[in-house]
Structures are given as structure tokens and as C-alpha cells.
Write a protein that binds this ligand. Structure first.
Ligand SMILES: *Cc1c(COP(=O)(O)O)cnc(C)c1O
Length: 457
């Protein structure tokens, strides 16, 4: 199809929308390793996970064989409120770069929570409601996940208790207020409301908290409160499954115009948006039907794929959550104050970790200032102010497009633009004031963290 027939934005009609999620694990020859019980070292089955997670979500977590899973009607209905998300041809960016490459991005920031996280939040709230639960608990750092979950819970009339890292609670009041507007209770963590919170406060008075500590509090409340379970916004297999809606929509839109991508790029924090975007393409690759270059982009300050170890590790700093086999920097690794809050997790999705380990995808790490240069260029060219997390993918897409220019190749690049940058203006201020720094951990720092990895045979 000639280029000028391709619209700036490709939308789908309602009757073209996916009605099933795609489970990429079904097509993986080497499946991701199971979660292990930290107390026994044994794989965790349904019964082990049931006190913490919702029943049907556990089924999805453990299902490595079913390729397609029906999206329940109620979730399809909710998706219609803000989906399909647009697939945009970045004509203006291409012009600015003077590249022969064709660049597309899938924009997930067009809902009030401002990111892709709502795709899984609504699914998790639905299954909690279906199980007859009263509410769910979770943690949030910068607040994207808590915001998405509060929107989803209020829709199904569920109570939502969010443990928000204290420093964010105090310094990032805007997402906190969105959560409260949607009816969630937001508690700064560590708090006096839990045993683990009181213990941490006694040991470290005046601490501003951490994600690991907030997870520990949220899990404690979920397991000790009748009718509550804990939910998580990334890393887990079930979250990648729900996020496959991103990739499925992208594939339908591209197929509609006969467009075949050469390179697919996404930022990687816990791996959920990237896993979702690439799922149907990776499926074709695994089945030998097509080939794509797939690139994960991570911050140089938190380089799980590019410098981490593929090992069993805790998902939380409190060491109470199950052990997952993943690329990790060690659960005790605290990344430097990078402005892409959503990319500061020490580990990576076990599905993506296995795929990366088996050579099905690549990874690059990029430094913060070069990420904001890319964000600024993108904002000025395409009109959308990107989230710092998403801007990691922009950086890599621009770099690939510039390579195409150098060698005169007309590659098609698709990247995930996961969110809007409206709540990240403090980070933009640092960049605009020339005060942004790049911090890259030393080998010695990483070795120190690897030495504390749990010993698992
Ligand atoms: C949370 C978040 C991410 C990173 O999380 P993944 O699970 O790796 O997708 C990326 N972008 C935005 C806007 C986010 O909120």
C-alpha cells in the first residue's frame, strides 16, 4: 500500500477489537520457571498462592498451555471507554530526523490514570469482584499503578487500599489525590497500620520508605483482613496476559494496512507493557512464522537485563513474596534516584527473562539525560508530552531510525508509548534547569548485591 494511504492515526472499529487475550507462554518451548515458596524451596501451587492472590488470577498465573483466553464481557465493556488506543505514524518525527525509517507508536496514555496499567487493573478488579471479595490491597511508588487500580476498583464497587511509598506520598501529591478522588484509601508507607510497618519504623525512625516495604505492608493487610487479596501491577505472568491487548490491537491495525514491522521496541521496568506489546509478534516468532527484532530498553541506573543475573530472587525487599527466576540486580539493590519511577524495579518478568535468555529478544540500557533529550525532541515533533519511562523506548526508536538513515534502509519501527508525562514535570524541570545527572552502578556495587541472592538449587 502506498505510504500516503496510511493515516496519521490507525484506529480499530469496535467489531475489530480483540475478544481474547493471548498467552505467549503457550508457544514457548522453554517455559518460564515456576514461582518458588521461599520457606520450602518448592514450586507454588494454587493452594500456596490462594491466601494472597485471587483464585482466577492464580489460574492465569499458572497456565502455561492455553494460548487464547476469553476477555470477560464486563472487561470488554470497560475497555471500550478508553480503547482502542491509537497507533500513530510518527510522520513529524520521521521528518525531523530525516530518516527513511517508518516509525509507529502505540499510545497508552489516553486515560486518566495516564498509562497502560489500567489494562490489567480492570481485569484484576473484575476477578476480585467475581470471587465475592470486599477489596484489594497494593503498593504504589510514583502512583501510576495505584491510580489505575483505584479507577478499576471504584467501577466494580471494591474497596482499594494503597500503600504509597512515603517520599512519593509527600512529594507527589497529584496522583495521590487522583486515587482519593476515585475512592481509594492511600496510606503513606511505612505506616503504623501494620506489624511490618511498625517494625520498620522502630528500626529506622524517619525513613521515607521503599517499594519493597510498601509491598510487605500491602501483603500483610491482604492476608490478615477477611475478604481481601493483594494485587500487583507488573512482573507477574497474569499481568503480561492482560497487557497482550496492546500487542493484539497493534497487530490488527498493522495487518489492516499490510504493514510488517522489522523492529519492535518497548521500555522495560517489570516487563508488562513490553511483554504485552510483543506477545502476538513473539508468538509468530516462536512458531517460526515470522521474524522480528525485539528490543527492551532499560535505564542504565537499573540495568536488570543488560547487567543482571538470571537467577531465583525475591520480588520484594522484605523477602516475603515468592521467589521468581528472572534477570535481577538483587532484591536489596536500590537504584539511584532516576526520574523514571516505573523502571526502578530490581527484577524482570520471568516470561521476558526466559525469552531474553533463549535469544528471542535484545536489550539496551540508556542514560537518563539522553532519554530526556529524546523526550523533548518527541514532544516538540509529535505534540505529545511523554512519560519518562516511555521516553526510554523513544530514545531507542530514534537511535534505530538514525541508523537506518546512515545505511539508507527503510525499516519499519514500532514502539510502545506507555504514558503521558503530565505528572512528571519535576523531572522535566530538572532537565530544563540542566540539573539532571546520570548514575550508573559500578560492577563492585552489583557484585555486592549479587552476593546476597538467595541460594536455590
Ligand atoms: C509502570 C510504567 C512502566 C513500566 O512498567 P512495565 O511493567 O515494565 O510496563 C512504563 N511506563 C509507564 C508510563 C508506567 O507507568
Amino acid at each position: 500500500m502506498s505510504d500516503n494511504k496510511i493515516p496519521y492515526k490507525i484506529y480499530l472499529e469496535e467489531n475489530e477489537m480483540p475478544t481474547q487475550w493471548y498467552n505467549v507462554r503457550a508457544d514457548m518451548k522453554k517455559k518460564p520457571e515456576p514461582l518458588l515458596n521461599p520457606a520450602t524451596g518448592k514450586p507454588m501451587g494454587h493452594a500456596d498462592l490462594a491466601p494472597v492472590f485471587c483464585d482466577e488470577l492464580i489460574e492465569q498465573e499458572l497456565d502455561d498451555v492455553t494460548p487464547y483466553i476469553d476477555i470477560p464481557e464486563e472487561i470488554i465493556r470497560f475497555y471500550k471507554m478508553y480503547r482502542p488506543s491509537p497507533l500513530v505514524r510518527a510522520y513529524f518525527l520521521e521528518e525531523k530526523l530525516q530518516t527513511p525509517a517508518k516509525i509507529y507508536y502505540k499510545f497508552e496514555g489516553n486515560n486518566t490514570s495516564g498509562s497502560h496499567k489500567l489494562n490489567s487493573a480492570i481485569a484484576q478488579a473484575y476477578y476480585a469482584k467475581k470471587q465475592g471479595l470486599k477489596g484489594v490491597t497494593t503498593e504504589t511508588g510514583a502512583g501510576q499503578w495505584g491510580t489505575a487500580l483505584s479507577m478499576a476498583c471504584t467501577y466494580f464497587g471494591l474497596d482499594c487500599k494503597v500503600y504509597m511509598v512515603k517520599v512519593s506520598y509527600e512529594q507527589k501529591p497529584f496522583r495521590r489525590e487522583v486515587m482519593r478522588t476515585y475512592g481509594a484509601s492511600v496510606v503513606p508507607s511505612p505506616s503504623e497500620t501494620t506489624e511490618v510497618g511498625r517494625k520498620i519504623l522502630a528500626e529506622h525512625p524517619g525513613t521515607t520508605g521503599s517499594l519493597g516495604c510498601a509491598i510487605s505492608e500491602a501483603v500483610e493487610v491482604a492476608t490478615k483482613t477477611e475478604g481481601y487479596r493483594y494485587v500487583l501491577g507488573s512482573v507477574l505472568n497474569q499481568v503480561l496476559l492482560h497487557q497482550s491487548i496492546i500487542g493484539l490491537e497493534t497487530k490488527i491495525a498493522l495487518d489492516k494496512y499490510g504493514i510488517r514491522p522489522d523492529i519492535i521496541i518497548g521500555c522495560a521496568g517489570g516487563g508488562s507493557n513490553l511483554g504485552g506489546l510483543i506477545s502476538p509478534f513473539m508468538g509468530e516468532k516462536l512458531r517460526g512464522e515470522a521474524d522480528y527484532r525485539i528490543i527492551a530498553v532499560e535505564p542504565a541506573s537499573c540495568p536488570s537485563f543488560t547487567r543482571g543475573k538470571f537467577a531465583y530472587d525475591f520480588c520484594d525487599t522484605g523477602m516475603i513474596c515468592p521467589l521468581a527466576k528472572m534477570y535481577t540486580l538483587g532484591s536489596g539493590f536500590i537504584p539511584s534516584a532516576n526520574h523514571a519511577g516505573g523502571l526502578r524495579f530490581h527484577g524482570m518478568s520471568p516470561v521476558l527473562s526466559q525469552l531474553y535468555h533463549d535469544g528471542y529478544m535484545e536489550a539496551v540500557s540508556v542514560e537518563q539525560t539522553s532519554v530526556f533529550e529524546a523526550a523533548e525532541m518527541f514532544a516538540r515533533a509529535e505534540g505529545t508530552l511523554p512519560a519518562p519511562e516511555s521516553s526510554h523506548a523513544i530514545r531507542a526508536a530514534i537511535d534505530e531510525a538514525l541508523k537506518c538513515k546512515e545505511i539508507g534502509e527503510e525499516k519499519t519501527i514500532v514502539f510502545g508509548l506507555t504514558g503521558t508525562g503530565y505528572f512528571d514535570l519535576t523531572a522535566y524541570a530538572k532537565y530544563n534547569d540542566g540539573e539532571m545527572t546520570d548514575y550508573i552502578p559500578t560492577d563492585a556495587e552489583l557484585e555486592e548485591s549479587f552476593a546476597k541472592l538467595p541460594k536455590v538449587e
